[in-house]
Design a protein around this ligand. Structure first.
Ligand code: SAM
Length: 260
């Protein structure tokens, strides 16, 4: 049975964000116990911040996204610039700032990193739950004045296979980036709390293989697929090259080279 979620409405934030309007709204903290998890607005410095909470190992765990501080900001400041594996996988050199379509946006971490490296990003996320958390983080980042996210960082909620197929030639991105969920080797505490909450929201991506053919047909220069090191190639299709990273691998499908 799919997990059931609710929106905890408060007097300060009585309305769910538009992507969550279909969720049942409860007004009493006790009532959320009937659900597998719930969304609510937390107030940080009087600014509303959308959070998701659920029981993990008998305790309530929650998370929200912040593109301007914490892990994302750390990765942006200390990530190693264009020497990073993700930058090499995308071929970011010679002052080339490609347009990238991230077809599996998730928490927007990789996209934020690529934006920081100078790329413009269009992101697609099919889960309205994950998309609502990311959309909220983007709005807060814009409100905070963070220059990086004022433009060149767009989110669309929907199914990538369908949305990518509809792109006109002019709308095709230089690179399509994919990072579908892959079952972790074990479900231990070593799998980060946040990732376990995301898995509760979206499950696994059993149709992940379908993404590769449509990406290969619609990217101008390359398709980059992030996989755990132990995972097989997406759609069992051998890439042009693979770049090994700690616990992960970037499989790169080179279609053509940009001329500078
Ligand atoms: C592992 S997460 C991506 C994490 C992301 N790279 C990051 O840095 O935060 C995979 C995400 O892709 C989304 N997804 C998987 N298949 C999709 C599809 N066909 N269309 C749109 N989103 C998809 C899932 O809902 C999930 O949120």
């Amino acid at each position: 049975m799919p997990a059931k979620f609710a929106f905890l409405a408060t007097s300060q934030a009585p309305e769910a964000p538009s992507l969550l309007r279909d969720l049942p709204a409860v007004t009493d903290q006790k009532d959320v116990e009937e659900y597998d998890g719930y969304f609510s607005y937390q107030y940080n410095d009087n600014a509303p911040c959308l959070s998701f909470a659920a029981q993990l190992d008998g305790k309530v765990a929650s998370f929200n996204l912040d593109l301007t501080s914490g892990t994302i900001a750390y990765r942006r400041q200390h990530g190693g610039g264009r020497k990073q594996h993700i930058a090499k996988a995308c071929g970011l050199k010679h002052n080339w700032n490609p347009s990238i379509l991230d077809g599996t946006a998730g928490l927007g971490r990789d996209a934020a990193e690529l934006r920081n490296l100078g790329c413009s990003l269009r992101m697609i996320e099919r889960s309205p739950y994950v998309a609502s958390l990311l959309e909220d983080a983007i709005l807060r980042a814009k409100d905070s004045g963070a220059e990086l996210f004022q433009q060149g960082f767009e989110l669309h909620q929907g199914q990538s296979v369908q949305l990518i197929e509809k792109l006109s030639h002019e709308q095709q991105p230089d690179i399509i980036y994919l990072d579908p969920m892959f079952p972790p080797r074990n479900n231990s505490a070593a799998v980060k709390k946040e990732m376990r909450l995301v898995k509760l929201l979206v499950g696994t991506d059993p149709d992940a293989d379908d993404l590769l053919p449509v990406a290969l047909a619609n990217a101008k220069y390359r398709v980059v697929v992030k996989r755990p090191s132990y995972a097989p190639f997406l759609n069992e299709q051998k890439p042009s090259m693979s770049i090994e990273s700690k616990g992960n691998r970037f499989d790169v499908y080179v279609l053509s080279s940009p001329t500078f």
